[in-house]
Design a protein around this ligand. Structure first.
Ligand code: MEV
Length: 438
């Protein structure tokens, strides 16, 4: 059986599965049962999921957990998190509780501007292009009127369009660099539709512009697309308290803890190898909430990491000061999120997550997500600079190891009890299972 196929997307779901089974699997019965075992018994719900993408064969589950006790700007939240990594939700919940008792998180949206670009080639004099751009700019705006109408009614729309000269980097390359306000929508479709209209108008108007010669009239549009780099769509979240108020069961010596914590953050600010891991921990929290709320975590990841490198060296997204007896820890990140449109109105669990968050605006969600990132980082750096990460991580990972060895409920109860007071390592867990089973 060849393992290439044409017309695959036109096959029925069952035929697609059968083709896969015939092509790649020895034990077809088991593989078929596995794939179909993940289908939802509610056909309508399954169809909804099938239609999110092309060639769906089944569902891929991630746990949806919740982290309660977040106090953000005086309001209480339970934060939904979709993630597979054992210790993330536990760490977020622990950090939330810690800061609940110390005034909670303060968060603030600093800006909400999004960006899109039309990249084009122009063979001619830049000064003439500038004059043409000034002439055509009102048309670029007016010809998107039908696209922008409802966004403008909601308070958003096109903020500005600039002409940018990039011809020193790539010969004949210029941009329309446009900024947008998309209110509660992430806005990708809105922005891309506007940009494609700008491109059409630009090309047509140039072709009929009298002052241009034949070469100048022939603008080549390379592409029109939003940017996931949104350094002007920024949110900041912060925690602070008197150093002595950090004292807790895990932090017996708050002054020493605060200094060590600050040093750990300073290291992540200057050392890219550490910064990447430090920020990965932040993204554990951010991605989990972004995913649970039906937003595009790839877009967020790309934009956040670009922001982390904005000074030319990859650096920490969080910062810390210990001054005048006060510990202060904050994050500043770009987040283009939506609470309307996209998956938010169709995925039942996304609707559930948004309702749990009290139907946030996009601005509210930016604050909640930034807080989740900050809390996650607080938890990670606190563990790293005190007990080390493995203690908590392995405790949470214990269940995965027990499941890997198909431990029964009775075995799990005994072993969880045993490892409450014993170090968890993979080999020690295996040893304990074997001893129990002897
Ligand atoms: C693991 O997923 C995340 C951490 O490595 C983050 C960090 O080191 O700060 C614990």
């Amino acid at each position: 059986m060849p393992n290439t196929i044409s017309g695959f997307s036109k096959l029925s779901k069952s035929d697609k599965i059968e083709w896969l089974l015939d092509t790649y699997f020895n034990d077809k019965t088991n593989a078929r049962a596995l794939v179909k075992g993940y289908w939802n018994t509610d056909d309508k719900l399954q169809k909804l999921h099938d239609e999110f993408i092309e060639n769906t064969i089944t569902n891929y589950y991630l746990p949806l957990g919740v982290a309660p006790n977040f106090l953000i700007n005086g309001s209480h939240y339970t934060i939904p998190m979709a993630i597979e990594e054992s210790s993330v939700v536990a760490a977020a919940s622990k950090a939330a509780k810690f800061w609940l008792e110390r005034g909670g998180f303060k968060a603030e949206v600093l800006s909400t501007e999004k960006i899109g670009q039309v990249h084009f080639m122009f063979l001619g004099d830049f000064k003439k292009l500038q004059i043409f751009f000034n002439y055509v700019k009102p048309k670029l705006i007016s010809e998107t009127a039908t696209i922008t109408k409802s966004m403008e009614r909601r308070g958003g729309g096109i903020l500005d369009i600039e002409l940018r000269d990039k011809s020193e980097d790539v010969p004949n390359y210029y941009q329309l660099h446009a900024t947008f306000e998309t209110m509660d929508a992430m806005g990708a479709n809105f922005i891309n539709t506007c940009l494609e209209q700008f491109a059409t108008t630009l090309k047509y108007e140039a072709s009929t512009y009298e002052a241009f010669d034949a070469k100048e009239k022939d603008i080549t549009v390379i592409m029109s697309i939003l940017s996931n780099y949104v350094p002007q769509c920024l949110v900041r979240a912060e925690v602070s308290c008197k150093i002595k108020e950090l004292k807790s069961k895990d932090i017996p010596h708050p002054e020493e803890f605060a200094q060590k914590f600050k040093q750990a953050v300073s290291i992540a600010e200057i050392e890219p190898y550490r910064a990447v891991t430090h920020n990965k921990g932040i993204m554990n929290g951010i991605d989990a909430v972004v995913l649970a709320t039906g937003n595009d975590f790839r877009a967020v990841e790309a934009g956040v990491h670009a922001y982390a490198a904005k000074e030319g060296t990859y650096s920490s997204l969080t910062h810390c000061t210990v001054e005048n007896g006060v510990f202060r820890f904050w994050i500043e990140i770009p987040l283009a999120l939506g609470t309307v449109g996209g998956l938010t109105s169709i995925h039942p669990l996304v609707k559930f997550a948004l309702e749990m968050l009290q139907k946030p605006s996009a601005r509210d969600l930016m604050q909640i997500v930034a807080v989740a990132g900050l809390a996650q980082n607080f938890g990670a750096v606190k563990s790293l600079t005190t007990t080390g990460i493995q203690e908590g991580h392995m405790k949470m990972h214990l269940m995965n190891i027990l499941n890997q060895f198909e431990a029964t409920e009775a075995e799990k109860t005994k072993l969880i009890e045993h490892f409450k007071t014993n170090v968890v390592t993979h080999s020690l867990v295996v040893e304990a299972i074997e001893t129990l089973r002897k």
